[in-house]
Design a protein around this ligand. Structure first.
Ligand code: FAD
Ligand code: SF4
Length: 476
């Protein structure tokens, strides 16, 4: 797929990967073997009918290809861009055993982008009508990330009115306030949300579940079911000296300021960014990569990423690591921070790093980092970004009597239906699993929506698609 050249894109927020031209998409689609038992489909958490959509694409029928995608995936333009395909669909593609797997994500993006250029109503419904046949029912979704959006889209397609309550002033969850513009343009997410609005989903922003309105209040006010999809956005810190110095940020705060405050457009927008020459980011996941690549684009002279294991163990998407290195990111493997040092004004000036080595595999299956005692060094830095994970915000669980939680406050939910310890209250996405992926959050939203539809409409009606639906033979 064509890309902006590394040295050009490292200074702008335009999308890095430019998308296939039609002939490239046709050539790539032509490589698909149309396996009878497609392993790629099993590798996808929402079981997209991959050979099916690719076949329609090779036949030149883009509308039908999009229809196949939408049978199981309500955000294909997003997934085609941000899924870790190498561990999912493409990781299971048979062609990958001896060569390159079919570029399934890129083809998905091509089909969705081409289709989304059409009218929003048709995009979702396949026709001009967007009727809401079941006015006697209503469901509330708390949060507007991929889990809630999928749940809402699925239910609305079944004719069940849905209201989404979002704490922030913008919709989309991490897709909008976490993942930067150069990887997932906000316009793509907005377009998918617009399609849901057209379908009848009502969105209310600046509504904090657990504060503005609680789960029990939603049920009392007549919502037949509630889906909790509030993510796991509470940043974790390192707990080392100097972490409160000026210039030390959590990745969550840094990316949210840049994304939601449109700081990447400063001075055209009025949210200034923190000026920094040498930035050090801690972590090895997608969040760390996004923070590092954002700092580059905001003018840092040098950006380093310190990770306590090696590149081999990094959990980020391979493509992000590859792009970041091309753009000039310095990677300091086997290094962990032990102290932030500052000047008399309380500003970060240096960071002390501890050298690490790999030990035996830990619970995650990856080799555990072990400190090389007495082996430390320090490096100059005026900004540090900590991207070492996030946790559950307790707001909902504390305001919902009887809602069971487990490890670190994540909500306990049935793995098949997503139902929590409270009848008709469902949960899914990062607030149940801990930080995971867009597609796994979508899978959870979809499973919960299916269970809700069956509960409210009965199994037979729930399996029937309404005039609203883009078609869902997977349910039939
Ligand atoms: P979220 O996307 O977190 O959405 C939750 C929403 O709920 C938010 O809008 C939040 O404001 C709202 N909310 C929270 N509390 C309340 C409340 N009390 N009341 C109302 N609303 C509330 N995954 C990938 O697959 N590929 C990637 O490339 C990738 N990159 C990432 C980059 C970054 C920077 C981050 C942070 C994550 C990344 N992920 C990636 C992970 C992925 O984005 C998440 O796993 C996914 O978004 C989780 O979806 P969710 O619906 O559970 O929650
Ligand atoms: Fe692959 Fe993600 Fe598309 Fe599934 S949704 S086919 S995992 S890119």
């Amino acid at each position: 797929m064509p890309e902006q050249p590394p040295l050009v894109r490292a200074k702008n927020f335009e999308e890095v990967a430019l998308g296939y031209a039609p002939e490239m998409a046709a050539a790539e689609a032509g490589r698909c073997l149309q396996c009878k038992k497609p392993a790629c489909r099993k590798g996808c958490p929402v079981e997209v009918n991959i050979p099916g959509f690719i076949k329609k694409l090779t036949q030149g029928d883009l509308d039908a290809a999009y229809g196949v995608l939408r049978e199981t995936n309500s955000l294909p333009a997003v997934c085609g861009r941000v899924c870790p395909q190498e561990n999912q669909c493409e990781g299971a593609c048979i062609l990958g055993k001896k060569g390159e797997p079919v570029a399934i994500g890129r083809l998905e993006r091509f089909v969705a982008d081409a289709y989304l250029a059409r009218s929003a109503c048709e995009t979702v419904t396949g026709g001009p009508a967007c009727a809401m046949p079941r006015g006697d029912l209503r469901v509330a979704c708390i949060g507007s990330g991929p889990s809630s959006l999928t749940c809402a889209g699925y239910l609305a397609a079944k004719g069940i009115p849905v209201t989404v309550f979002e704490a922030l002033h913008e919709l989309g969850g991490v897709l909008v306030y976490g993942i930067p513009e150069f990887r997932l343009p906000k316009g793509v997410v907005r377009q998918e949300i617009q399609a849901m609005k057209t379908l009848g989903v009502e969105f209310r922003t600046n509504w904090v579940g657990g504060k503005t309105i609680t789960v029990p209040e939603l049920l009392e006010s007549g919502y037949n079911a509630v889906f909790i999809g509030v993510g796991a956005g509470l940043p974790r810190f390192l707990g080392i000296p100097g972490e409160n110095l000026i210039g030390v940020f959590s990745a969550n705060e840094y990316l949210t300021r840049v994304n939601l405050g449109r700081a990447y457009k400063f001075p055209a927008t009025d949210t200034p960014t923190f000026p920094a020459r040498h930035v050090v980011v801690f972590g090895g996941g997608n969040v760390a990569m996004d923070a590092a690549r954002t700092a580059m684009r905001l003018g840092a002279e040098k950006v380093s990423l310190a990770y306590r294991r090696t590149e081999h163990e990094m959990p980020c998407r391979l493509e992000e690591l590859h792009h970041a290195k091309e753009e000039g990111l310095e990677i300091l493997c086997l290094n962990a921070p032990v102290e932030f040092l500052g000047d008399e004004k309380g500003r970060l000036t240096r960071i002390v790093l501890q050298r690490m080595e790999l030990g035996e595999p830990d619970a995650s299956g990856r080799c555990a980092p072990v400190a090389c005692q007495g082996d430390t060094c320090s490096l100059e830095a005026d900004m540090a970004v900590v991207a070492v994970g996030t946790g559950a915000n307790p707001l909902i669980s504390q305001s919902t009597p009887g809602l069971a939680t487990y490890r670190r406050g994540y909500i306990t939910a049935d793995p098949v239906t997503g139902e929590t310890s409270i009848p008709n209250v469902f949960a899914g996405g990062d607030i149940v699993t801990g930080a995971a992926t867009v597609i796994s959050a979508m899978g959870a939203g979809r499973r919960a929506a299916k269970a809700i539809a069956e509960r409210l409409l009965g199994p037979e009606a729930a399996a029937t698609t309404t005039a609203n639906a883009a078609g869902d033979p997977a349910d039939a």
